[in-house]
Structure formats: C-alpha cells, structure tokens
Design a protein around this ligand. Structure first.
Ligand code: SF4
Ligand code: SF4
Length: 345
C-alpha cells in the first residue's frame, strides 16, 4: 500500500480542490467537548483531535428522511425520486468506518437498498486515526480500532503540522495528487505513524469488554431471561435516542401522503427506532414488543446476536454514543454485555 507525507500548508489547496468536486464534510467542535461533522468552508476549523461526534455518519448515506416516489392518482403514474450528492467525508474514525462497512453488508441483504448503494458509490471516505479516545468508547476490544479497508485514504497525524497518508483506493490517490506534488512517505514517517497508532490503541485498550467479542452470541443465547432486562428497562424513557445516535442502527419507516387535491402524492421513508413504543405496532393495534422490557432486551439481542448471526460480528462498534446520549444512563452495551458474561459465560 503506498503512502505519502502531507504538510499542513498543503491542506487549504487540497480542500479547495476537493470542494469543487464534492460536498466535503469535516469534524468540527460545536460546543466545548462536543463535536459533529459539518460542511467544509474555507474558514472551517477542523477538529483534528475530536474523540467522538454526537451524530454518526449514517445520515449521509441513509438520510433521516428521504422521498422515494411521487405519484399521480389520476394517471396512475409513479416516478422514483432520488438524490445522491457527490460527497467526501473527511476525518472518519476507524470504528465509524467499521459501522459503514456493516451497513454496506446489511443493505445488500434480502432486497438490496439501491438508494443506499448509489449514495455509497458517490461517497469518498478519508479516514483519520483518532488522537483521543472518548471516555465511554470500547471500540478497541470489539476489534474496531483499526481498519484495513473501507477508506480511500487513511490519515494519521504524525507531527504538529505533518500527516502520514495511506492510500486505500486509486480514487483516493488521484484526489491526493490532484493539487500538485506530494512527497512519498519514507521509513521514518512509516515508523512515526505506527507509534502514533500504537499510543492511541494502548489508551483505548484499558476500557472494554472483559471477554473476546466472538463469545457474544453464545452468551446472549443463554440470557433471554436475565434479570438485567427488567432492572434496566424499568428506567427507560422510550425516547429512542440510543437508536438515533447509533452508527449501525438503520431501521426506517415508510409513509405515503396525498396533497389536498388528492391527485398527487409521495412516498417517503424516515428513520425509526426499535426503542420507541410504536415501532412494533402492526395493523389491528397489536404490539409485539409493547413493554419496555421487550424493547430494551431486543436492542441488545439485535446488537449481540441477530446482527452477528447475519454478518459474523456484533452490530455494535463500541463508539459509546448511546451511552452518552441516554438520559436514564441505561443504554450501555459494554455494561450489559460484561454483566451477562459474568452471569452466563
Ligand atoms: S450500540 Fe452504542 S456503542 Fe454500540 S455502536 Fe451503537 S451507539 Fe455505538
Ligand atoms: S436512550 Fe435510554 S431512555 Fe432513551 S430509549 Fe434508549 S435506553 Fe431508553
């Protein structure tokens, strides 16, 4: 894999060039201690050392709300509507890369999601190795601390004004070299990048699962009647925040509406959340997960077993967003999985 060294002074030229071709999103600080991805502008201050963004990147691939079809009830004509902007996501941490890689697989299962696929094809991803680890993160023990695929370029900050940039795809390399001369990385830069990443992993390793993640489905299979479901779910506010901030949750709901003439209408989809009371409500008013306990348990089975059974890894990358977002302080996959391990291993 080829690698280059990029100096801070080269970045404005590169960003200006990329912004002509793509809608570029970068990590920024939105309030002290809070970060998010935002559109890049020439005066944007990139938060190189962000630990975690409040929102995951799934909204750029699976928007919170999206029109699918417009139709005419008089002519019986329907037309698909779709927008897939050319976009470049800069500064994506490895655990979020892993989450996107999961969505890539899950959206192809069954009936492939063509909207997702087309958005994904139009998305360039420049990864960034984390310089700081969020207090609630446990990605390291889920094997999501390093990505070998799923990026066009992988950036590692190896000095106050210097980056080591590994090439993941020909498209990434072309975009890196498009603004002019960029030096090839030498042995010293390779070594500096290796040390920087090792330092981060060392800090991340201190907090996480007390057992190998490969054991999760086996433990979950024994834990259907665990006491933790009742104990924790009794405090759940059913707000759905843990779903909305999760980079691997992708459920959506479909709706249709007619205009006031009843002649034209549209079908759209919007994010849904399995922690909301109406998520599992069906025709006739029956709700097959009507209790807090059922919804709370389902979320962990989804993360620890059902997704695992489909793609061979947990449906949780250990970002810690849900832990931070939960007002009741009960949406904590790490605490739940570790306790189930103690009780059911
Ligand atoms: S379940 Fe929580 S920790 Fe796991 S990926 Fe989702 S938001 Fe992150
Ligand atoms: S964020 Fe917490 S309170 Fe809200 S639905 Fe999730 S577990 Fe319940």
């Amino acid at each position: 894999m080829s690698a280059y060294t990029v100096h801070q002074g080269q970045l404005p030229g590169l960003f200006r060039l990329w912004a002509k071709l793509y809608k570029v999103h970068v990590p920024v600080q939105t309030a002290p201690g809070f970060y998010d991805f935002a559109p890049w502008e020439p005066d944007t201050e990139i938060a190189w050392d962000y630990d975690l963004t409040v929102n995951p990147l799934k909204r750029h691939l699976l928007p919170p709300r999206e029109d699918l079809v417009v139709f005419d009830t008089r002519t019986y004509e329907a037309r698909g509507v779709f927008q897939a902007p050319q976009q470049l996501l800069f500064g994506v941490h490895p655990y979020d890369l892993r989450a996107i890689a999961q969505l890539d697989q899950l959206m192809e299962l069954g009936s492939p999601d063509r909207n997702y696929r087309r958005r994904r094809e139009n998305t360039v991803i420049f990864a960034l190795d984390p310089l700081r680890v969020a207090p609630d993160a446990f990605w390291s023990t889920l094997g999501a601390g390093r990505a070998d695929i799923g990026f066009d370029l992988y950036w590692t900050k190896i000095g106050p004004a210097m980056f080591f940039v590994e090439v993941g795809t020909a498209r990434g390399e072309e975009l890196l070299l498009a603004a002019g001369e960029v030096e090839r990385a030498g042995a010293a830069q390779h070594e500096a990048a290796r040390r920087t990443r090792e330092d981060t992993r060392r800090r991340a390793d201190g907090h996480g699962l007390k057992f190998p993640w490969q054991e999760l489905p086996r433990v979950m299979a024994k834990a259907w009647d665990a006491g933790i479901w009742r104990e924790k779910s009794s405090m759940c506010l059913a707000c759905g925040s843990c779903n909305l901030v999760c980079p691997t949750c992708y459920c959506f709901d479909m709706r249709e509406e007619l205009d006031e003439s009843l002649g034209k209408g549209r079908r759209w989809r919007q994010w849904d959340a399995c922690m909301l009371p109406a998520f599992a409500q069906v025709a006739g008013g029956h709700n097959f997960r009507g209790k807090h306990l059922d919804r709370y348990r389902h979320r962990y089975f989804r993360k620890g077993k059902y997704i695992f059974d489909l793609i061979g890894e947990p449906g949780c990358v250990g970002c810690g967003r849900c832990i931070k977002a939960c007002t009741a302080r009960i949406a904590n996959p790490l605490a739940v999985f570790n306790r189930l391990w103690e009780e059911y291993a």
